[in-house]
Write a protein that binds this ligand. Structure first.
Ligand SMILES: NC(=O)c1ccc[n+]([C@@H]2O[C@H](COP(=O)([O-])OP(=O)(O)OC[C@H]3O[C@@H](n4cnc5c(N)ncnc54)[C@H](OP(=O)(O)O)[C@@H]3O)[C@@H](O)[C@H]2O)c1
Length: 246
């Protein structure tokens, strides 16, 4: 069984550890011994306590799951086999400056990792592509990209769940505004989203729209109203704004 050193014990570390613990021997480290112990007890993993924040990484595979600014909190001693990082907006070049390793993989999972349905973007050394897919497919699906597309993929996969949450909230509030109980409105929208996501797996969105948009009908009136408020343009600008910040 391959060993993986997990640095961090937060939400993403938990999602990854849950998906990987049957396939890898996972050693967990971080800055707080009590939190490491608690995390390991909950998930039945092995703690790795650091002395003076120093982590010996020679020939190891290391999975960085701490906050981006926390990288400096650790002293990485030796040369790792591979460093995998999920740190937002930390490039492969920056990783090279912080940790010595033979191979580097950068990954960007999203909030759906907690239910093993993340879409995770990957880039870095192609020699370690297969190992990277093995790790990140444990929390959903993964795609391999050029690093120059990473900020865009972060906006689309990482930020857009918040945009969709806004859409869901707006629909629920609209139902309530025009007379439905919040409970009924919420149930309709929740089921709408889960049914829609299954349909989207097999059908292009344009066809989905056309299927419910009969000539002169009520859906067409609603779509025309959304077009009047430039919904598509709002999304284009939102993705660009998020991309420029990622
Ligand atoms: N959440 C997401 O949807 C998401 C998506 C993609 C990528 N990411 C990336 O995943 C990483 C972890 O995010 P998360 O959501 O799992 O966050 P989280 O639950 O808040 O966990 C943060 C982790 O970072 C550690 N940490 C924070 N400050 C530290 C410091 N100064 N020194 C050492 N360790 C420190 C925390 O340890 P302590 O408890 O001891 O502070 C904890 O282990 C981040 O880099 C984030 O950019 C998150």
């Amino acid at each position: 069984m391959k060993t993986l050193i997990l640095v961090g014990y937060g939400k993403m570390a938990k999602a990854l550890a849950e998906g990987l613990k049957d396939k890898y021997r996972i050693l967990v480290c971080g800055r707080d011994c009590a939190k490491i112990q608690n995390f390991c007890d909950t998930l039945n993993l092995t703690p790795l306590y650091l002395k003076d924040s120093t982590l010996e990484i020679t020939d190891r595979e290391v999975l960085l799951c701490v906050k981006p600014y926390a990288l400096d909190s650790f002293v990485f001693k030796g040369r790792a086999k591979c460093v995998y990082s999920i740190l937002n907006a930390v490039s492969v070049e920056q990783l090279k400056g912080a940790v010595n390793a033979e191979f580097y993989i950068r990954a960007m999972p999203n909030v759906c990792a907690s239910i093993k349905q993340s879409i995770t973007s990957l880039c870095g050394d192609a020699q370690y592509k297969k190992e990277a897919f093995d790790i990140f497919n444990a929390i959903g699906k993964s795609i391999w990209l050029e690093e120059k597309h990473f900020s865009l993929a972060t906006a689309l996969g990482g930020c857009a769940p918040a945009f969709l949450a806004l859409v869901a909230e707006s629909l629920i509030d609209s139902g309530v505004t025009y007379g439905l109980s919040r409970e009924d409105s919420t149930q309709i929208v929740q089921t709408l989203f889960s049914g829609f996501s299954s349909l989207l797996e097999q059908t292009h969105p344009v066809l989905l729209k056309e299927n419910v948009m009969s000539p002169g009908g009520s859906t067409a009136q609603g779509v025309a109203t959304l077009e009047k408020h430039a919904l598509k343009s709002a999304f284009l600008e939102a993705i660009l704004a998020s991309k420029n910040f990622a």
